[in-house]
Design a protein around this ligand. Structure first.
Ligand code: CP
Length: 318
């Protein structure tokens, strides 16, 4: 594996989940793989779970880990080629990337959508430059369009909790005061579409996801109807993708908040969210604190998804 951006990079999903469950039982069994190897984690945006879980996974594998918060302590980076750098940005990404690559064996990058240019975001302009110029394997720790380590952890969590072979999984939009990226719902949809689950997406009109991620998943605009019989409810906010509305908030309808009435429509369904979550916007206190809430084990599985992915990179290096 030279890069990890999506479900296409992980190979057979059944094998990947089996490997994850084995790694979860024996998470220090592969410590030899990372000896004298260094992971560099680069953050252009904030993080709690990705930072801790990915670092923990790399340490489980015996790696050295360096973390760079680009906006705290590093030189301010110019990302556009051709710019006359007479402003406040002291270094260009085109020098910074190969320099960073020279100090490590593997690079994780967090770089969210900026919502300035749909073309730049959906071409993964920042992440692709790391892939092209670092000389090292690169994985997304949530980039402009995808969050594959989250989606893999979500899949592991569903596999651990499913009560039927083919559960009904519903991805539902929920309200939020800010315009959030589509990376989490994009990846969740992409990974769910790669399973044989009964996968349904529900959101208000205007929130259609990019077809390359939504695939052929049915979209039900009536949230109550979508939730009927659901085994798993995956709530997330995202800003609009389509046309001139890219990056905009089109709806703040609080009736989309996941509450006890919504969960009562499900098949005693589990509640999932990637976190961080705005309580009583996305989900009520009551639902997130209920026994059917999986948000904590789901976050804990981020260590496992990261460990499988980093392990595979290391296996190819050895
Ligand atoms: N779910 C997730 O990626 O969390 P962080 O933004 O805290 O890393």
């Amino acid at each position: 594996m030279k890069k990890f951006l999506g479900v296409q990079d992980i190979g057979n999903l059944h094998d990947a989940v089996a490997e994850a469950l084995e790694v979860k039982r024996n998470r220090f069994a592969y410590k030899h793989l990372g000896q004298d190897k260094t992971l560099l984690m680069i953050f252009f945006n904030n993080s709690l779970r990705t930072r801790l879980s990915t670092q923990k996974a790399a340490m489980n594998l015996g790696m050295n880990v360096m973390v760079l918060d680009v906006n705290q302590g590093a030189w301010k980076l110019e990302t556009e080629r051709g710019v006359v750098m007479d402003g406040d940005k002291s270094e260009h990404l085109l020098e910074a990337i190969p320099v960073m690559g020279s100090f490590c064996d593997l690079i994780g990058v967090r770089s969210f959508a900026r919502y300035e240019s749909k073309e730049d975001d959906y071409s993964e302009k920042i992440l692709q430059q790391f892939i092209r110029y670092s000389g090292k394997p690169v994985f997304s720790m949530e980039s402009a369009t995808v969050h594959p380590l989250q989606a893999f952890a979500d899949l592991i969590t569903i596999e651990e909790h499913k009560r039927t072979q083919r559960p009904k999984v519903v991805l539902t939009w929920a309200p939020h005061p800010k315009a959030l990226p589509q990376a989490v719902p994009n990846s969740f949809a992409q990974w769910m579409n790669a399973t044989d689950y009964d996968f349904v997406i529900t959101h208000p009109h205007g929130y259609e996801l990019a077809s390359e991620f939504a695939g052929n998943a049915p979209v039900e605009y009536n949230q109550d109807k979508a939730l009927e019989g659901a085994d798993f409810v995956y709530a997330k906010n995202w800003a609009a993708y389509s046309g001139d509305n890219y990056g905009k908030i089109l709806c703040q309808d609080r009736s989309w908040t996941i509450d006890d009435r919504k969960m009562s429509l499900t098949n005693d369904g589990y509640f999932m969210h990637c976190l961080p979550v705005r309580r009583n916007m996305i989900v009520t206190d009551s639902v997130i604190e209920s026994p059917n809430s999986l948000v904590i084990p789901e976050a804990a599985n981020r260590e496992i998804s990261a460990e499988v992915v980093i392990k595979r990179f290391l296996e190819e290096m050895s």
